[in-house]
Ligand binder design. Structure first.
Ligand code: BTN
Length: 239
C-alpha cells in the first residue's frame, strides 16, 4: 500500500477521481482537513476537526468491472468494525455500509467507480471516521452521530487507527477479490444491525417493509414482507 497525505483538500474522493490515472493501485489518500466532504445520496460529510479521519482507498483490481467489486464497501465496513472493536466498543453494521455505535453513526463509506470507454480505471472507497469530536460538533449533523473519543472517554490516536484499518484491509483484500462476499459473510452478519427485526428500506422511490431474514451470498439484504414474500435488495437505505 502507498500513502498519499494531503494537508488540505475539498474531498479526498474527488481528488482521487480527478487524478485516477496518476494514482497507483492500493493507494491510501488521507487528510485531516477536508473542507467539502461528500456522502452518499448527495449528502455532505461534515468536517469535525483535524483529529478525525477523511480518507479514500484507490483500487485498480482489473480493467473490467466485476459484480463483487460493489461489495468492497462491505469489506471496508467490516474492517472498520473490527478495528473499532479493538477499542472495546460494540459497533453495528447498518446495511450496506454505515457503522453505528448505540444507534449513532460513527463512520460512513462512499464508493465511486471511475470508468472510461467501458474500462474500469479505478474504484475509490472513501471513508470518514469520527475519532475525536467535541460533542457540540456532533449536534450539527442531520442524524444521530457519535465519535470514538466520546464512546471510550479517551483521546484516539488517528494515525494508529488509520494504520490498523489499512493493514486489516490489506490482509483480506487479495482473497476477497478471488472469493467475494462469501469470504466475510459470517463476520459481517455477526455485526449486522436489524437481523430478524422489522425495518423499512427505501430503494429509489419505493419503500419496502419487512423483517430482515438474511444477508445473502452476494451481500444483499433479504427481507420478508407481511405476506411472506421475499425481497432481495441489492441497494437501498434503511430508514
Ligand atoms: C456516507 O455515510 O454517506 C459516506 C460518507 C463518506 C465520507 C468520506 S470522508 C473521505 C471521503 N471523501 C469524501 O468526500 N467523502 C468520503
Amino acid at each position: 500500500m502507498d500513502f498519499l497525505y494531503l494537508e488540505e483538500i475539498d474531498s479526498t474522493n474527488k481528488f482521487a477521481k480527478e487524478n485516477i490515472n496518476s494514482i497507483s493501485d492500493k493507494t491510501i489518500i488521507y487528510t485531516f482537513k477536508q473542507t467539502a466532504g461528500r456522502g452518499r445520496l448527495n449528502r455532505k460529510w461534515q468536517f469535525l476537526g483535524e483529529d478525525n479521519i477523511y480518507s479514500s482507498i484507490v483500487l485498480k483490481p482489473s480493467p473490467k468491472m466485476l459484480d463483487i467489486y460493489s461489495n468492497l464497501t462491505q469489506l471496508l465496513c467490516l474492517v472498520l468494525a473490527q478495528v473499532f472493536e479493538e477499542y472495546g466498543v460494540i459497533p453495528k453494521i447498518k446495511w450496506p455500509n454505515d457503522i453505528r455505535i448505540n444507534h449513532k453513526k460513527i463512520s460512513g463509506i462512499l464508493a465511486e467507480a471511475v470508468s472510461e470507454q467501458n474500462k474500469l480505471k479505478g474504484i475509490v472507497l472513501g471513508f470518514g471516521v469520527n475519532l475525536n469530536a467535541p460533542k457540540s460538533f456532533l449536534s450539527g449533523i442531520d442524524q444521530p452521530a457519535t465519535a470514538l473519543n466520546i464512546e471510550t472517554e479517551q483521546d484516539i490516536d488517528k494515525k494508529l487507527f488509520l494504520k490498523k484499518v489499512t493493514e486489516q484491509f490489506c490482509l483480506y483484500y487479495n482473497d476477497f477479490i478471488e472469493e467475494g462476499f462469501p469470504l466475510i459473510r459470517e463476520e459481517y452478519k455477526r455485526r449486522a444491525e436489524f437481523l430478524n427485526e422489522p425495518i423499512s428500506v427505501k430503494v429509489f422511490d419505493k419503500v419496502y417493509e419487512g423483517i430482515v431474514v438474511d444477508i445473502t451470498e452476494n451481500g444483499a439484504l433479504k427481507l420478508k414482507d407481511e405476506n411472506n414474500k421475499e425481497h432481495i435488495l441489492l441497494i437501498g437505505d434503511i430508514l
